[in-house]
Design a protein. Sequence first.
Length: 323
Amino acid sequence: MKRIAVLTSGGDAPGMNAAIRAVVRTGIHKGWAVFGVQQGFAGLLAAKFVPLGARDVGGIMQRGGTMLGSARCKEFKTEEGRAEAVRNLRTQQIDGLVCIGGNGTQTGSNALALRGFPVVGVASTIDNDLFGSDITIGVDTALNIALEAIDRLKVTASSHQRAFLVEVMGRNCGYLALMAALAGGAEAVVVPERETDPAALAKELEDAYRREKPHALIVVAEGAKYNADELMKYFKENRARLGFDLRVTTLGHVQRGGTPTAFDRVLATRLGAAATDCLAQGKFGVLVGLHRDGIKTIPLAEVVAKHKILDPHLFELERILAM
Ligand code: F6P
């Protein structure tokens, strides 16, 4: 391996910069030339390669987002797009590619691997919905941002004895919502993985008041059938009968733009370094992720074919602790 490239794709995640830095510096340490691809797979199609030295990745670790830029690229989902991407990599004489991102990114990585290109994926998405890594880069930061908001909302909710709803990101996965509910001491959590009856939810809030709780807080995942909009609609329609309002805060992209936590920086650093180790060992078509017994690789084909499951015990625990 003489020349490698690195890209970030899909939704940016806090810690991506630390992963880029680790890929660049461990690559240089191995004696390779390292190139950054700007704007993810879109940049691969537009042949946007920039040489990266050790100094180019200085001072980026503490910054959220990605210094390489990211994109969601429709053309790359086509056969022609993918063929063009491989052509561009070959023209630049790139021997190996590191793709930092979540599900969409690793689907793209797998497509390149199937075309015979040496590629290694690095698990990074705030959603934590990627099979092949217990936790992905960006989750810890996003969760802490959600928690800060929840803690603040609880203060004002308690002062006024009000009911609040906080919607968090996560696409079709309820991980962020469940963890935020557990760590934030919410009264209820709504996720895509479980059915929700809005009437039962309203009753849970009423019961919380009856138990003399000073607040009632629901954490809702954006991908749930009853997301913030739908629940708001229900509570408005039934306002007279329920006798209380529900105030809504949607956190949205605020969760994605934070300063990476120590955990995310260390995780990203370890995964970035592991990715160049894989390239050095000729281990291609894999994702590097964190597992309880350390950093491990999983074939990309398995990553894209499988789904991560939320621990059902944590739902029960959340219910019990909301007493
Ligand atoms: O995958 C990360 C994520 O932030 C999801 O939680 C969210 O649904 C999506 O990206 C939003 O995508 P975009 O930034 O393209 O609107």
